[in-house]
Design a binder for this molecule. Structure first.
Ligand code: AHM
Ligand code: MG
Length: 335
């Protein structure tokens, strides 16, 4: 049997597909891989090492931070800072951008945005969580300090995006705009191996994922869409199946492999929904499109939205193309 290739081998092998790449992106993905392994190790031992539970602090969105949120944030920052590929970082956990201005970062070409531990309210109950990342070329001149504008780019400018999913297996899934590939971590060996080459959404799917507890707050189009999915409207003449973990990474990953629709719409109490455009929606939208799916806020393609603030939110509807089109139709007809 031929052994599967490792993530490291795959990244190097594919570097040649990017004429502009001089190894920096390769090195950056390697740093993410290393940080992911370190976070994975902490999560696996969380119940044993007294790092479950909440801090006495809130993040910039006023949400209580879990201890592992802070630990994952620190691991990613220190690992990415140790090398010179990026000039700075923005994190869902931090109010402002972090500028790296040591000598090694002087000529950096990239910036990165991270949600270090997505779904962290699920940690204490042993449900899948993840890390999401999004990489851009900086707009500012190398040799100068990065600025907020480097981070407020449209999602369509992303150079790479991906996530780590800390589930029954730990996986790293990413795209550099050339398809989506998934790598499963072998803890005995300490390496990620290519297990899911060229991931694409199935052309149709019968799963929908939404926090239906918020139903009363949803716009009419979304309410009608949900009711439609609960009728006999699948190809098999049965209702859709509802699956929702409350971890975007887990819900997205399942729907991409099995076909389905993820929704975090706006509501009467949350005019732009909950998910953050830069840390969650854009990277997932890039991956979804690269896997043959789509992502919209209901009216506009997610990756065309111009961010004006680091932590802004956006309604998010994402899944296989056909289902996203059906969702858009319900929204358009019920404005
Ligand atoms: P987090 O990044 O603070 O964990 O919040 C984002 C999470 C997503 O993973 C998930 O899809 C959503 O929040 C769940 O929200 P809700 O509990 O309102 O359904
Ligand atoms: Mg998150």
């Amino acid at each position: 049997m031929q052994r599967p290739i490792t993530l490291g081998e795959f990244i190097v092998e594919n570097q040649k597909d990017f004429p502009y790449a001089k190894g920096d992106l390769t090195a950056l993905l390697s740093s993410i891989k290393l940080a992911g392994k370190m976070v994975n190790e902490k999560i696996n031992k969380a119940g044993l090492s007294q790092i479950l539970g909440k801090m006495n602090s809130e993040n910039v969105q006023g949400e209580v931070q879990a201890k592992l949120d802070i630990i994952a944030n620190d691991i990613f920052i220190s690992t990415l800072k140790a090398r010179g590929e990026i000039g700075g970082l923005a994190s869902e956990e931090l109010e402002d951008i972090v500028i790296f201005d040591d000598d090694i970062h002087k000529d950096s070409k990239y910036v990165i945005l991270i949600d270090p531990l997505d779904g962290s309210s699920n940690i204490d109950v042993d449900i899948t969580v993840g890390t999401i990342f999004s990489i851009y070329h900086r707009i500012s001149e190398p040799g100068t300090k990065v600025t907020q504008e480097d981070f407020l780019q449209k999602g369509e400018n992303q150079v790479a995006a991906g996530y780590l999913i800390y589930g029954t297996s730990t996986m790293l899934v990413y795209t550099c705009g050339n398809g989506v590939n998934g790598f499963t971590f072998d803890p005995g060996i300490g390496s990620f191996f290519l297990s899911h080459p060229n991931i694409t959404f199935p052309s149709s799917g019968i799963i929908y994922s939404v926090n239906e507890g918020n139903y009363i707050h949803f716009p009419t189009g979304i309410k009608k869409l949900i009711k439609w999915m609960q009728e006999l409207n699948t190809e098999e003449n049965r209702p859709f199946t509802a699956r929702y973990t409350g971890s975007l990474v887990a819900d997205f990953h399942r729907n991409m492999l099995m076909g389905g629709l993820y929704l975090y719409p706006q509501g009467s109490t949350a005019p732009k929904g909950k998910l953050r455009l830069l840390y969650e929606c854009n990277p997932m939208a890039f991956i979804a499109e690269q896997a043959g799916g789509r992502a919209t806020d209901g009216e506009q393609r997610i990756m065309e939205i111009q961010a004006t603030e680091l932590h802004e939110r956006a309604p998010f509807i994402c899944g296989n193309s056909e289902m996203v089109s059906i969702a858009e139709k319900f929204i358009a007809e019920n404005k």
